[in-house]
Design a protein around this ligand. Structure first.
Ligand code: ZN
Ligand code: FE
Length: 255
């Protein structure tokens, strides 16, 4: 599968996931109409479907405009049938979807919203605003328990999985991560690479799951350094995975 990244709005990414054999493609999270349609034309692909990870406007804002000009199927979680514009294919955990000859799988990963899903095609994971490179989404609708379960599902994917998330937030996420794990050498090294990429105007997405597991504080509820840090700030906190995750999330909300 060939992946085309499309910068949208201020810091969003939409994607085209293209079956190279047939030219069939899916549009992942079109925040806007025109830049997505232009890119579909430029790439000379046959767009068949929109895959929405969740209902937020910065992921679905282009649905209606695209559907005015082309007839596509629209995928989203079944609980969001009222919130995803133009939905025709409500999906749930474990469903298979096809783009040309490529097969994808749906993961139900609530927490940021109650109806959030991810789509996995081979190594390519489209995870919206649940897992960010070096971060995770805010808990707008779900609980810390739900989000932790969702992140555990993604963390269990193969180490070479490519994380295609919904926003370019990596640098700021790493600044926060370094406040919790200043001793994590992989984290410091990643920050150097990400700073250089941003200075050169390059995208820092995707990253591998291996890199996320080594440096993303929201996948590191077992890190001794993070736990020591939390113990100093909150002596009464019990350091189980849910409370570590929830506390790190709260600190990030205030960062
Ligand atoms: Zn969102
Ligand atoms: Fe978003």
């Amino acid at each position: 599968m060939r992946i085309v990244q499309i910068p949208l709005l201020r810091d969003n990414y939409g994607y085209l996931a293209v079956c190279e054999e047939t030219g069939a493609a899916a549009v992942v999270d079109p925040s806007e109409t025109d830049p997505v349609l232009e890119r579909i034309d430029q790439e000379k692909i046959d767009a068949k479907a929109i895959l929405n990870t969740h209902h937020h406007r910065d992921h679905t804002g282009g649905n209606a405009g695209i559907l005015e000009r082309r007839k596509l199927d629209v995928y989203g979680h079944k609980s969001d049938a009222q919130r995803i514009p133009g939905i025709t294919r409500p999906v749930d955990e474990g469903d298979e979807i096809t783009v040309g000859k490529e097969r994808g799988r749906v993961f139900f990963i609530p927490g940021h919203t109650t109806g959030h899903v991810a789509y996995l095609f081979g190594k390519n994971l489209f995870c919206g605003d649940t897992l960010f490179t070096a971060g995770c989404g805010r808990l707008f609708e779900g609980t810390a328990e739900q989000m932790l379960d969702s992140l555990k599902k993604l963390k269990a994917l193969p180490a070479d999985t490519l994380v295609y998330c919904g926003h370019e937030y990596t640098e700021n996420n790493l600044k926060f991560a370094l406040t919790l794990e200043p001793g994590n050498r992989k984290l410091a090294q990643r920050m150097e690479r990400v700073r250089a990429a941003r200075e050169a105007g390059r995208s820092t997405v995707p990253a591998t799951m291996a890199e996320e597991i080594e440096t993303n504080p929201f996948l590191r509820w077992d890190s001794a350094e993070i736990k020591d840090n939390l113990r100093k700030r909150f002596p009464d906190l019990s350091l189980n995975p849910v409370s570590v995750f929830a506390t790190v999330r709260q600190l990030k909300d205030q960062f």
